[in-house]
Write a protein that binds this ligand. Structure first.
Ligand code: CU
Length: 147
């Protein structure tokens, strides 16, 4: 055989070609939130004196809850910020830390054990990639005192 079959040559050329642009990881685009969407802490109330375990209930208006990884319009999952400010960069996934709890299964409440004293709580909704929506759907920050 003096020449390679044409198909083999074409395949070799394809394998040697640089990756097309869509194969590279694009920066994840932010998911829009609908106008009027609102997340809030149903309980405890701002200023409440509570004891452990502290049950925190999440409220959401104008959007629905979906587990992480599920892409569905106008949905997201809750993140509870404990004693921390919201991240400045809202274009990247929220980290999972002791102060930023993810509720990626679609939970709408949690039970916390906190040290005695003052603590702040705030909810921030994230999309299927844990990235806050645009504009972000964020609750007021509340302060509670754990006895
Ligand atoms: Cu998350």
């Amino acid at each position: 055989m003096r020449t390679l079959p044409i198909a083999a040559v074409a395949l070799a050329a394809l394998l040697a070609a640089p990756l097309p642009a869509h194969a590279q990881t694009p920066p994840a685009a932010r998911t829009p939130s609908p106008p009027g969407a609102e997340v809030y802490i149903l309980s405890p109330k701002n200023g409440a004196k509570v004891s452990n375990p502290v049950v925190v209930r999440f409220g959401l208006k104008g959007m629905g809850v979906a587990p992480a990884g599920v892409k569905f319009e106008n949905t997201g999952h809750h993140h509870l910020l404990i004693d921390t400010a919201p991240p400045k960069d809202m274009s990247v996934p929220l980290p999972a830390t002791d102060n930023i709890k993810h509720f990626g299964k679609g939970q709408t409440e949690t039970s916390l054990t906190l040290t005695p004293g003052k603590h702040t709580l705030q909810l921030l909704l994230g999309d299927q990639n844990h990235i806050p929506h645009d504009p972000p759907v964020m609750s007021k920050k509340i302060t509670i005192t754990v006895e």
